[in-house]
Design a protein around this ligand. Structure first.
Ligand SMILES: NC(=O)c1ccc[n+]([C@@H]2O[C@H](COP(=O)([O-])OP(=O)(O)OC[C@H]3O[C@@H](n4cnc5c(N)ncnc54)[C@H](OP(=O)(O)O)[C@@H]3O)[C@@H](O)[C@H]2O)c1
Length: 335
């Protein structure tokens, strides 16, 4: 049995992890933490949750676990990772703390000096479909961001090709409001969100941009720059990314579809939809799946890619990574 601790169980991704690990055949929950509600139970916070006692992070019994999941804000996650690794636990961090390779880039985008820059080279960027071979030996996994999971899985087959791409890749993504976490803000307040649909941090302003470009350039040195425009969608969960890639020459749709089939036919959680279908939240919500659809119009490929931000974009992919790290079937506990 894999013994798992969950830091930040009172947050949206933490609660999702509790749900997934509760029904996992080979893992159990050893502790759950909260800073503000330590001493209460998780059921006091979420009525449908089990009555697990919440402990403060500093009181978590790190010696009793094989792995910890960090469902914490950035900076707090990095500091907790240091303690967990020192205690001998393996770490799957859902925050952004170990996604960027460069501490100066992290500081520029997250306005915070990196708490553990010496670990950046060691951290495995945990897009499971890409890093699977590195996971069995990994001590520290940086779970990808939610928007990047949808965009990168959609673009990966093109990054493995040498098809010439003209100009920037454009990604317009819409996320349900749980993507912003559980603490309400003026922009995520129900009255502000309901009935509205709003872009934010468009172009090259969102923190997920350097994460995505880092991955694209590692996969293909001549990857074009990305223009990324996130939107807040008035639904609780789900991300839909619509991505425009214009090629420099003629492209053949059958050839494109063959590349996506080669990349994903054997993947348990990536569905490339048949011609004529478009990805939507209904294809993926409450599952660990990513649905990808291809529409070629002239020389421009329009990709639609959908995930559940809390599952494939966070807790589900974290469990997928844990499964591979500990030698379980990759699909254990996931649908
Ligand atoms: N939401 C998503 O769709 C999504 C997707 C991918 C990745 N992520 C990342 O995953 C992490 C968690 O996201 P979330 O949406 O679950 O956030 P959330 O709903 O805001 O929950 C954050 C959790 O962290 C705890 N916390 C807050 N400040 C803390 C501090 N200074 N020290 C220790 N614990 C603290 C909170 O506990 P108490 O208030 O009980 O103390 C709460 O349990 C974030 O880094 C986020 O960027 C989120």
């Amino acid at each position: 049995m894999i013994k798992a601790g969950i830091y930040g169980a009172t947050g949206y991704t933490g609660w999702e992890l509790v749900k997934l690990l509760q029904r996992h055949p080979a893992a159990g929950i050893a502790f759950v933490t909260s800073q503000s509600q330590a001493g209460q139970t998780l059921r006091d916070v979420f009525p449908a949750a089990p009555a697990l006692r919440l402990v403060a992070g500093e009181d978590a019994p790190l010696g009793d676990v094989d792995v910890v999941f960090l469902c914490l804000p950035h900076a707090a996650a990095g500091e907790t990772a240091l303690k967990a690794l020192a205690a001998g636990a393996r770490v799957i961090d859902l925050s952004a703390d170990f996604r960027l390779r460069d501490a100066a880039t992290y500081a520029a985008w997250y306005a915070h000096t990196h708490p553990a820059p010496h670990l950046l080279d060691e951290a495995v960027y945990g897009l499971t479909e890409v890093c699977r071979a590195e996971l069995p030996g990994a001590r520290l996994v940086a779970n990808p961001g939610c928007y990047p999971t949808s965009v990168l899985l959609a673009l990966r087959p093109l990054m493995l090709s040498d098809m010439p791409i003209a100009g920037p890749i454009i990604a317009d993504s819409a996320s349900g409001v749980s993507g912003a976490g559980r603490s309400p803000t003026a922009t995520t307040h129900f009255v502000q969100v309901a009935g509205n649909y709003a872009p934010y941090k468009i172009g090259r302003a969102h923190r997920h941009l350097p994460e995505m470009e880092q991955a694209l350039r590692r996969w293909r040195a001549d990857a074009p720059p990305l223009l990324f425009s996130p939107h807040l969608l008035p639904v609780p969960r789900g991300i839909l990314s619509t991505i425009y890639v214009t090629f420099a020459g003629e492209v053949d749709e059958d050839d494109l579809r063959a590349r996506y089939a080669t990349a994903y036919d054997d993947e348990p959680f990536v569905d490339v939809l048949p011609a004529g279908q478009l990805a939507s939240l209904a294809h993926v919500n409450h599952t660990n799946r990513c649905a990808i659809a291809l529409t070629l119009t002239g020389r421009t490929l329009i990709l639609t890619a959908a995930i559940d931000n809390l599952i494939k974009g966070a807790a589900g992919q974290a469990v997928q990574n844990m499964n591979v790290m500990f030698g379980c079937p990759e699909t254990s506990g996931l649908i």
